[in-house]
Design a protein around this ligand. Structure first.
Ligand code: GDP
Length: 423
């Protein structure tokens, strides 16, 4: 069975927490896109872990984890992330972690280029995480990337690096007038940080094919959400990869396989990192209260996130582009302090009221249409089944379900592994 777990909103929906929970029913968890530009936070009995590159199944010893060809991997970051987990007693070996030989390496000059471009843009900047993600995906499609598999042939790699660094310096020192990179430094960086991963690098497609023949259960774990997808998101304020479920088999390494189901992770309110249109945004005290209640600060960057009420228009669109079969509603407990809960039910675009998510200039001028529903004003963190939920909480869940047109199966009421209920 092939299942994808994806974000319905702008990312930070709590996917890591849900993957960690649901991974107990799966044999394999695959990351299929993105790099270390976002973080998944997982809290369980072993501690609190921030995962940027490793699949969230890594915290379950019986699960095999795949880093697919659709990913971009900063070796130095992976070295640190792996080290942190190993120091916490998590066992990681080539038996439970396999890295695609086709995944692209994110190099120090990608990070530099990202920073140089954001500085050039000044107040027009995109709010990049400055981790080199846009430049490295750009290079992938320019066919100037270095793949994980290239680490396995050092002589060939050396020549390849020389050519690519010469080309990259046309941009770094030529266009941006910054200090040129030295090809030996890049080569040595690759050897230094690549060394420990050599035994993990393989053709993951062969492994995944064998899993399918053995009827194993495979989960695809997305980073970020529908509205950050390079094609279907709020371009250009998107990520540089495909965050949608349909891309999962491609980015993991089994492009000929079809998904059996898609679980959409949808947050009970909205949050957004970086620049770009965010129609439901709250400001002032109201925003501060929600940000504090939800701990809405970037898992990798610590940046305060923009926050707002649940956005029906954006979420309905997210459900559609993800092709979600069922939903998990997360962070519902965070709304417990509100007397009445605001919900953005439609957008007003120059007097035209719409529930269809607009793209482009219409989105820039869209104004939120807000409705209020009753709050519950009590702690719901201990609720473990439907009958224990206050009526107003249950009504809020059903209201959202009806508005976005997809069944909510899981409801998360806390950060810990067991803080959830099934409807
Ligand atoms: P991801 O990138 O989608 O995994 O999202 P984040 O890393 O931003 O995770 C969301 C944050 O909320 C993490 O700190 C989680 O531990 C926490 N979290 C996830 N689900 C819930 C929930 O239902 N309630 C509460 N209170 N916290 C949650």
């Amino acid at each position: 069975m092939l299942t994808s777990i994806v974000g319905i909103n702008w990312g930070d929906e709590g996917k890591g927490r849900m993957v960690d929970l649901l991974a107990q029913d799966y044999d394999v968890v695959c990351r299929y896109q993105g790099g270390n530009n976002a973080g998944h936070t997982v809290v369980n009995s072993s501690g609190k872990f921030i995962l940027n590159l490793l699949p969230s199944g890594i915290l379950r010893p019986e699960v095999v984890n795949i880093m697919g060809n659709g990913m971009v991997i900063d070796l130095e970051h992976l070295h640190k992330e792996l080290g942190n987990l190993k120091n916490s007693g998590i066992k990681i070996t080539p038996d439970n972690l396999k890295i695609s030989n086709k995944a692209i390496i994110c190099l120090p000059y990608h990070v530099k280029q990202d920073i140089l471009e954001e500085e050039r843009l000044e107040d027009m900047k995109f709010g990049s995480t400055r981790r080199g993600i846009a430049p490295v995906y750009g290079d992938k499609y320019l066919k100037k990337g270095i793949r994980m598999g290239d680490l396995l042939n050092e002589d060939k790699l050396k020549k390849h690096v020389e050519q690519i660094v010469e080309w990259k310096n046309l941009t770094i020192s030529g266009a941006y007038k910054s200090t040129a990179f030295c090809s030996d430094d890049i080569y040595n960086w690759l050897l230094k940080y690549g060394k420990e991963f050599k035994e993990y690098i393989c053709d993951v497609s062969l492994y995944l094919d064998s899993c399918i023949r053995e009827n194993k259960k495979i989960m695809f774990e997305a980073q970020l959400g529908a509205l950050r997808d390079i094609d279907f998101g709020i371009y250009p304020y998107t990520s540089s990869s495909s965050t949608i479920a349909a891309y999962a088999p491609i980015g993991a390494g089994i492009p000929g396989s079809k998904l059996d189901n898609t679980i959409g992770i949808m947050k009970a309110y909205s949050s957004c990192v970086g620049e770009g249109p965010f129609t439901c945004e709250m400001f002032g005290e109201e925003a501060n209260a929600l940000r504090e209640a939800g701990g809405e600060y970037g898992a990798s960057t610590g940046r305060p996130r923009r926050v707002g009420p649940f956005d029906v228009v954006a979420s309905k669109y997210g459900v559609k582009v993800q092709g979600a079969d069922i939903l998990a509603l997360t962070k519902l407990d965070i709304l417990s302090y509100m007397d009445r809960i605001p919900v953005v039910t439609a957008y007003d675009i120059n007097g035209k009221i719409t529930e269809e998510f607009p793209i482009g200039s219409e989105l820039d001028i869209a104004q939120p249409v807000i409705e209020y529903v009753d709050g519950w004003k009590c702690d719901i963190g201990k609720c473990r089944n439907e009958s224990e939920l206050p009526k107003a909480t249950y009504d809020y869940i059903k209201y959202l379900e009806d508005k976005v047109g997809c069944k909510i199966k899981y409801v998360s009421v806390g950060a810990e592994r067991e803080d959830y209920l099934i409807l």
